[in-house]
Design a protein around this ligand. Structure first.
Ligand code: KG4
Ligand code: ZN
Length: 334
């Protein structure tokens, strides 16, 4: 069978990324230009700055990926792009760029949902096993999904308030750590102990998550101690928060492992880069004889290779988008 090359574009947040992916699971070239240092000055992503920087950088990123791959746009079989969910202004830059490439080079256009991209990051250099339970854990999402086949998703539960990554970022801020908070909390937590008693999270029998209570309890604790003039052991607090945040994921995943008897688990999204989380989820999976798949670190956070991987089944079923494709903030994948 002829090899299929997809040029994929991802600009949903603060990474401008383009990749060339062969047959849905082999990354020929990947370029990621992160704006993290710029947004760190503001304590979080500034949407207006993000879209301006995508506009400035996207052509350079394309050039980089073409140079790395020694391929031309003419060699591609399709152009794929993240169209939802994310920051609308940022998404629009990628969507317009991909539409122009598709039009000028007469290549089919494929629209990809960012969250599905995070799931298919697991397919790079690997296989997706069905049925599977997927934990999507990122800055904007915390969802537990049952996957029964390519693009066959059933949402079991989701966060009722904050996303887990958002909680990491906000707690980081109150601990005076730089944006993005997740990796910095993880680093600091390694030096600390789980000594702070944070309030127990609501225990129910749904697959839904909640992070705002945990986030607020850490923020309140810091403010109260400061007011009293007491010192905070930041490393211990980072460790206690991380343990509680991961516990919430484990509890819901355990419920699903018990109830569904599914033996494959995937974790996807930026927070899956967290090593402590990976180890804890892995232990839980072992207890239930389930196999855990986690993408390589580079494919955990936002990147275009995962978009190319997620576009491949759509290419095979010829589900192409029209040139009036627009960006959308809708995050539904099923
Ligand atoms: O998937 P992603 O790159 O962007 C979104 O789609 O949101 O995820 C970004 C999120 C941020 O909240 C960031 O703090 C978190 O992932 N993150 C981490 C780690 N690395 C990134 N959270 C915890 N531990 C990490 N090592
Ligand atoms: Zn993401």
């Amino acid at each position: 069978m002829k090899d299929v090359y997809i040029l994929s574009v991802e600009t949903s947040c603060d990474e401008t990324s383009i990749a060339i992916v062969k047959n849905g699971n082999e990354v020929v070239a990947l370029s990621i230009l992160t704006q993290m240092d710029t947004h760190a000055n503001y304590g979080g992503v500034v949407p207006e700055i993000a879209s301006r920087m995508h506009t400035e950088n996207i052509t350079m990123v394309l050039e980089d990926v073409l140079n790395k791959s020694h391929m031309k746009i003419e060699d591609m079989d399709a152009i794929a792009v993240t169209y939802a969910p994310g920051l609308l202004g940022s998404l629009l830059v990628g969507v317009e760029f991909a539409k122009v490439l598709s039009y000028v080079y007469d290549k089919p256009l494929i629209k990809v949902n960012h969250l599905i991209g995070h799931i298919y990051a697991n397919k790079i250099d690997n296989k997706l096993h069905f049925p599977s339970l997927a934990l999507i854990i990122s800055g904007g999402h915390t969802e537990l999904i049952k996957i029964t086949g390519d693009y066959q998703f059933e949402k079991l539960g989701e966060t009722q308030d904050d996303a887990i990554g958002e909680a990491f970022d906000k707690v980081a801020r109150v601990l005076d750590l730089k944006y993005p908070g997740g990796p910095n909390i993880e680093r600091l937590a390694k030096e600390g102990k789980n000594n702070y008693k944070l309030p127990e999270m609501v225990k129910d029998n749904t697959y839904n998550f909640s992070y705002s209570g945990l986030k607020s309890s850490v923020i309140n604790l810091v403010h109260n101690e400061k007011q009293r003039g007491n010192d905070i052991n930041k490393a211990d607090l980072a460790c206690s928060f991380q343990c509680a945040a991961v516990e919430e994921l484990k509890r819901k995943l355990e419920l699903a492992l018990k109830n569904t008897n599914i033996k494959n688990v995937i974790i996807a999204g930026g927070v899956s880069a967290n090593k402590y989380l990976r180890e804890e989820i892995n232990k839980l999976c072992q207890k239930y004889n389930a196999k855990l798949d986690v993408p390589e670190f580079i494919y955990c956070t936002d990147n275009a290779a995962m978009i190319g991987a997620a576009a491949y089944p759509l290419f095979q079923s010829k589900e192409f988008a029209d040139l009036d494709l627009n960006a959308s903030s809708n995050s539904d994948i099923c």
